[in-house]
Design a protein around this ligand. Structure first.
Ligand code: PMP
Ligand code: GLN
Length: 387
């Protein structure tokens, strides 16, 4: 047995999403755990990619991405947020938001210096930061409002902070950070030399007429922010893993160098499909958001009836709910039991916290057809009625 593998990874379990999906398959449970839609995105977009697989190009595209997609990503940022990025050197195409995050973290984190993460934290951030040797400083948000306060931010940020990573709309809390919170973040960050990595993969999935505000649109912030996007989320094609980073050329240049040694590039046929999507299929995420909002409402009503303490949800695929009225168990044990006995898979929220707290909340993914949400509620109702 080799003794000296990288402890960051050797000490990690497989991801909670794989664990719960594995259990769901084994027990034939409906999977409201891992967040993936059960209907694929636009056929026109997929047809463009399918044609390109046959006709080409099929060899290495430029490492920074095909010009068609870089131009489409820049046009998307201009159209939705009036953000100007030069497609030549302020956009880099990556293999999903995950790689975009990895490249952005590798571009900014420095051994011994500090890196601020906000818990609950999406699972891919911390291991990459830790493997650089940077010191993670954690801000903890709590239910029900999951608000970012100035006191919490000031306690974590300082002269040694290289970067802050913020995710809005937020997985798993379903929070869309308000202008007030973002202005406060901008003000505090501008007192330091820190860069902000903005995970905005759920940018279009915002409910109740709320607006997603990219931090980069606030005064003085464009040149400090690396923005992460994902075609997987915009177009319900999570298996495609096409993402991007946009930002000022000084930062994107370094992220592009990290990207060239992570994957170097991303399948060109998929890039062409996504370029078509960003240019011609933007009605899709708008319609998806309407359906998701309806699902959220159906799920909310049903879960409240069952005794779950449903937390507010402003965006993303995800809803969180407290379980103390239903059980004395911790979230992991409750989720395992529901998979085995009720036939519904969820995600325990403590998986998003390093210290494992709070441990009485679960996450539901509602990026499914309404009928499946209703079926899941019926299974839960039958199960709890029989208890
Ligand atoms: N960030 C967050 C918050 C996510 O939920 C996801 C979901 N997978 C990603 C990044 C990764 O995006 P992708 O699937 O494009 O790699
Ligand atoms: N983003 C998805 C979620 O939060 C999971 C993606 C994955 O399994 N890597 O459910």
């Amino acid at each position: 047995m080799p003794a000296s593998l990288n402890p960051v990874f050797s000490n990690l379990p497989i991801s909670i999403f794989q664990q719960m999906t594995g259990l769901a398959l084994r027990h034939d449970a409906i999977n409201l755990g891992q967040g993936f839609p059960d209907q694929d995105g636009p056929a026109g977009l997929r047809a463009v990619a399918a044609r390109a697989l046959i006709d080409g190009p099929n060899q290495y595209p430029p490492s920074k991405g095909l010009a068609e997609l870089r131009r489409a990503v820049a046009a998307h940022a201009r159209h939705f947020y009036k953000l100007e990025y030069d497609p030549e050197d302020e956009v880099v195409i990556t293999s999903g938001g995950t790689e975009a995050l990895g490249a952005s973290i590798l571009a900014t984190a420095v051994s011994g210096d500090e890196f601020v993460l906000i818990e609950p934290t999406y699972d891919s951030y911390r291991p990459i930061v830790e493997t650089t040797g940077a010191v993670v400083r954690t801000i903890k948000l709590g239910p029900p409002d999951w608000r970012l306060t100035e006191d919490a931010l000031r306690a974590a940020i300082g002269p040694k902070t290289r970067a802050v990573l913020i995710n809005s709309p937020h997985n798993p809390a379903g929070r869309v950070f308000s202008r007030e919170e973002l202005e406060m973040l901008a003000r505090v960050v501008c007192e330091t030399d820190a860069v902000v990595i903005c995970d905005e993969v759920y940018e279009h999935l915002v409910f109740d007429g709320l607006a997603h505000i990219p931090l980069a649109t606030l005064p003085g912030m464009r040149d400090r922010c690396l923005r992460i996007g994902s075609a997987g989320k915009i177009f319900s094609l999570t298996g495609w893993k096409v993402g991007w980073v946009t930002g000022p050329r000084s930062l994107v240049a370094v992220a592009t160098k990290a990207h060239q040694f992570l994957t170097f590039t991303t399948p060109p046929a998929l890039q062409l499909g996504v370029a078509h999507g960003l240019t011609h299929e933007m009605d899709f995420p708008l319609a998806l958001t309407k359906r998701l909002q309806q699902n959220r409402d159906v799920l909310t009503v049903g879960l409240i009836r069952l005794g779950f303490e449903v937390q507010p949800c402003q965006g993303t695929y995800f809803l969180t709910a407290g379980i103390p009225k239903l059980t004395n168990e911790k979230d992991f044990a409750f989720c395992e039991r529901l998979i085995r006995e009720a036939g519904v898979a969820l995600i325990p929220l403590s998986a998003f916290f390093q210290s494992g707290t709070p441990d009485t909340f679960v996450r539901f993914a509602f990026c499914k057809q309404k009928s499946l949400i209703e079926q899941s509620l019926a299974r839960l109702e039958k199960y709890f009625a029989g208890k």
